[in-house]
Design a binder for this molecule. Structure first.
Ligand code: CP
Ligand code: NVA
Length: 300
């Protein structure tokens, strides 16, 4: 049987993604009732982190335990990858011992290469270009709160980064309109923009961008690996902060999401992050349920 990977949202069809969201809702119910179905008994997930993580690590590790399996955490340092062992060699070795591998890394090509050499499914736990696992959680959260996202208007504030690219993929797959409000020079990747242009537009005026939207989303201005650009970005992104003025332009029932970690007072004001429209804590919690459904889909 062909091995399926989850490298971007486009790795799966719309129907497959929807079935994962539906299953995640069931798994969430089981979690609340502490009535677990151990569908992945004896199965093992290897997790390789070349960057830091809180949510991704905890959600995958807890998820595997709840499904009756086990997860192995390989830290940014301490493996032979850190000492120069080739990614393709690591992929061939680890995939002979585990049932699935999650990789968080820098260039997206690294994860594509890893998957090409792996005998088992590979999950993108974030690359410089995409963060598809976060989108599963965001979509689950939107479906739970508001129903179908099809035809809705979503605004992305800030950097045209990995999260923004995954939102662009989601806009095309689920047919919603995505407005990207970003400063000049920080646009999303042109190829991805071309692929998704039927559903995505760039708008430089923050208030215009937010007007009549159903969902407002942002992320840090400097992603992991861009720490030295932090000060320059703080200035260039200043007018793209999501604050109450922006939320007032959105629809009254608009939701606010952020993949976290958040920098209060930078990309989002404290009162929006902690305000009534913010669903960021449930969104973070939904990483667990949506990824358990993904693991079942790929492994079981
Ligand atoms: N949102 C997210 O992926 O968080 P972590 O970096 O903590 O895993
Ligand atoms: N864009 C952020 C997302 C963190 C979950 C980063 O890559 O650091």
């Amino acid at each position: 049987m062909e091995v399926r990977h989850f490298l971007t949202l486009n790795s799966l069809t719309r129907d497959e993604l929807l079935s994962i969201i539906n299953r995640a809702e069931q798994l969430k119910k089981q979690f609340v009732e502490k009535n677990y179905e151990t569908t992945l008994g004896s199965r093992v997930l290897g997790m390789i982190f070349e960057k830091s993580s809180t949510r991704t690590r905890v959600s995958f590790e807890a998820g595997m335990a709840q499904l009756g399996g086990h997860a192995i955490y390989l830290a940014p340092t301490g493996t032979q990858i850190g000492r120069g062992e080739l990614l393709e060699d690591t992929a061939r070795v680890i995939s002979k011992m585990v049932d699935c591998i999650m990789l968080r890394t820098f260039e997206h090509e690294r994860i594509e290469k890893f998957a090409a050499y792996s005998d088992v499914p590979v999950i993108n736990g974030l690359s410089d270009s995409y963060h598809p696992c976060q989108l599963l959680a965001d979509l689950l959260t939107y479906y739970e709160k508001r129903g179908s996202i099809e035809g809705k208007k979503v605004v992305w504030f800030g950097d045209g980064n990995n999260m923004c690219h995954s939102y662009m993929n989601a806009a095309k797959i689920f047919n919603f309109q995505l407005i990207v409000a970003c400063p000049e020079g920080f646009e999303p990747d042109e190829t991805i923009l071309n692929e998704t242009k039927s559903n995505v537009v760039i708008e430089r005026d923050p208030e215009k961008a937010a007007t009549n939207t159903d969902l407002v989303v942002t992320d840090v201005w400097a992603s992991m690996g861009q720490e030295e650009e932090q000060n320059e970005r703080m200035q260039k992104f200043a007018k793209f902060q999501v604050n109450t003025d922006i939320m007032e332009c959105a629809n009254d029932d608009a939701l606010f999401m952020h993949c976290l970690p958040a920098h209060r007072g930078e990309e989002v004001s404290e009162n929006v992050l902690e305000g009534p429209q913010s669903v960021v804590w449930e969104e973070a919690g939904n990483r667990l349920h949506s990824q358990k459904a993904l693991l079942e889909f790929l492994i079981a």
